[in-house]
Design a protein around this ligand. Structure first.
Ligand code: NAD
Length: 282
């Protein structure tokens, strides 16, 4: 193996220690950071995600509250809860776990969250602010990826960055953040022809598709930084990313493992965004 490991778990620990210190200083002044997490329905993966988010809040000394609503909750009832949370002074961040049941319009729910409490950064005005280079909240996963890239010490100015995947929560905001850092950015999606030729040009390769081991070592430029956002569960129960770690780590300069790469950074940046939300109210 030639690649250096970009250890997201270690960086997340480092950042969470700083976040906890800032939170304790704010709490001492009567401004304890507060996050409300809303889960509708019983989706097992979502239950794990929200549990992890709430427990990360507790460990960092944040106030957190969890609203578990049944799957048949009406859209009106959910909007009413979000509106109530918007008006609560001790709640600085509101997170509605996606996906929502099919009868609820998730765009409408996200647009109802006050933009200054939208710690996921999915509200249309936060997407617009990010697009125009004046971000309020950076979506947590791409924000975490930027922190990991910082850790390599590699300059992004003029670098060829290729993002594979163009979702609203990962690929698109990731491309915007890389662009704002001075990289030349290509975004690939399911219709992209000859994916390998794009990958091979990349100094920075961010993969966020959700297909196990789709990027192999022969598709990677020697020395590239490879960030694997994908989380896939294999039939044997093990987790793997979108990048074939064994072959890619023979070619890349830096690589994130799965698990232990991007995943721990995502929740850390949720804490960071909640902290930033409090600081803006002071
Ligand atoms: P998504 O399904 O919303 O988007 C997938 C994107 O990949 C789409 O834009 C699609 O066009 C593109 N795509 C599909 N097949 C492709 C192909 N063959 N070539 C190129 N592009 C292709 O997924 P998402 O929500 O962006 O998540 C992507 C992956 O990242 C999933 O595995 C998800 O579990 C993971 N994820 C991880 C974290 C984390 O914290 N580590 C956070 C969010 C998502």
């Amino acid at each position: 193996m030639t690649a250096k490991i970009l250890d997201g778990a270690a960086l997340a620990r480092e950042l969470r220690t700083e976040i906890a210190k800032a939170a304790s200083e704010l709490t001492a002044k009567g401004h304890q950071p507060g996050l409300a997490v809303v889960l509708v329905g019983e989706d097992p993966a979502s239950q794990v995600y929200v549990r992890n988010k709430v427990s990360a809040c507790e460990q960092a000394g944040f106030y957190s509250e969890m609203h578990r609503l049944p799957a048949n909750t009406s859209e009106a009832a959910l909007l009413e809860l979000v509106t109530t949370l918007n008006h609560r002074d001790n709640i600085h961040g509101i997170l509605v776990q996606l996906p929502l049941p099919a009868h609820i319009n998730s765009h409408k729910v996200i647009e109802t969250i006050a933009a200054e409490k939208d710690v996921d950064g999915f509200h249309i005005s936060n997407a617009g602010l990010l697009m125009t280079g004046q971000p309020l909240f950076r979506p947590c996963t791409p924000y975490g990826v930027m922190k990991l890239l910082e850790k390599t010490g590699i300059s992004l100015r003029g670098a060829e960055a290729v993002v594979i995947g163009a979702s609203n929560i990962v690929g698109k905001p990731q491309a915007m953040l890389l662009l704002q850092s001075g990289a030349t950015v290509t975004v690939c999606n399911s219709k992209t022809k000859d994916l390998a030729s794009h990958c091979k040009r990349a100094d920075i390769l961010v993969v966020a598709v959700g297909r196990p081991n789709m990027i192999t070592g022969d598709m990677i430029k020697p020395g590239a930084v490879v960030i694997d956002v994908g989380i896939n569960r294999l039939p044997d129960g093990k987790l793997c990313g979108d990048v074939d770690f064994n072959s890619a780590s023979e070619v890349a300069g830096w690589i994130t493992p799965v698990p232990g790469g991007v995943g721990p950074m995502t929740i850390t940046m949720l804490l960071q965004n909640t902290l930033e939300a409090v600081q803006r109210t002071l």
